[in-house]
Design a protein around this ligand. Structure first.
Ligand code: NAP
Length: 258
């Protein structure tokens, strides 16, 4: 059963080709929205669109690098050309970057992580917002992380970018709070996706230390974040502006002995 009726609406999911983005594209499709899925790898994009269609949704893939202004502008233009409007945007594309102590980080690695994870979110909003202003409505959900709230050794660029996404979300939300546009953020804990499996390992033994950080005793699923994003975009969240919603199995709530 679909809790939310998004028929007639159009959703754009950056980084929708795998992981959390793919699950969110499918969730938007199930709610009745037409969905534009973006990413870098067209093969993954094709698979995501096939899964979206198998679950009853409609959409298509655009290859676009969120760190490139021209490609992002074109991504939004293609969305409007195809569907005529943009109601929901999940600015989700991200990379983990290499792990290592802050002073050992190479400048080009630092720049890439910030370019994709922070500038990519700003660039996406830069071209999404004018379409939403024209409609006088729209919802943007930016993907931060629990690492937008706390530090994590070995991930300084990623953590800086995700903290930045929260500041950007709050400021942009205030810029447009009276324009019919709601801007919010989600902060997932550890979710089992290609990003985590690529960085840590894809078997239960490798992932056990991350599970140990989660009071709930397991990693999250992409669908658990997708459901939250769709709720934030729905009218049920009409008073939610500038907030970051943490979905992390209790990880940053505090400490638990035993
Ligand atoms: P994922 O499966 O690796 O998905 C990342 C997505 O971003 C892919 O579709 C990827 O496309 C796309 N992408 C990467 N670089 C891009 C670029 N420059 N331009 C456009 N698209 C790009 O990872 P995920 O775990 O689902 O991550 C999704 C978001 O959730 C990220 O922002 C991540 O930081 C955040 N997050 C994840 C976790 C977690 O535990 N998994 C926790 C907190 C936050 P290609 O595959 O084609 O490159």
């Amino acid at each position: 059963m679909n809790v939310h009726d998004m028929s007639g609406k159009v959703a754009l999911v950056t980084g929708g080709s795998t992981g959390i983005g793919r699950a969110t594209a499918i969730a938007f499709g199930r709610a009745g929205a037409r969905v534009v899925v973006t990413g870098l790898n067209p093969e993954d994009g094709k698979t995501a669109v096939a899964e979206l269609e198998e679950s009853g949704g409609e959409g298509f893939f655009i290859a676009a690098d969120v760190s490139d202004a021209t490609q992002v502008e074109d991504m939004v233009r293609q969305t409007i050309d195809a569907y005529g409007r943009l109601d929901y945007a999940f600015n989700n594309a991200g990379i983990s970057g290499p792990m290592g102590p802050s002073a050992d980080y190479e400048p080009e690695d630092w720049r890439r992580v910030i370019d994709v994870n922070l500038t990519g979110v700003w660039l996406s909003m830069k071209y999404e917002i004018p379409e939403m202003l024209r409609q006088e409505s729209g919802v943007i959900v930016n993907c931060s992380s629990v690492l937008g709230h706390v530090g994590f050794a070995g991930s300084s660029a990623y953590v800086a970018a995700k903290h930045g996404v929260l500041g950007l979300t709050k400021s942009a939300a205030l810029d447009y709070a009276t324009s019919g546009i709601r801007i919010t953020a989600v902060c997932p804990g550890f979710i089992r996706t290609p990003m985590i499996e690529g960085a840590i390992g894809d078997d239960d033994e490798a992932l056990a230390p991350l599970v140990g950080l989660e009071p709930i005793g397991r990693l999250g699923t992409p669908e658990e974040i997708a459901n939250l994003v769709v709720w934030l975009c729905s009218d049920d969240a009409s008073f939610v502006i500038g907030s970051s919603v943490v979905a992390d199995g209790g990880w940053i709530a505090g400490y638990r002995l035993g």
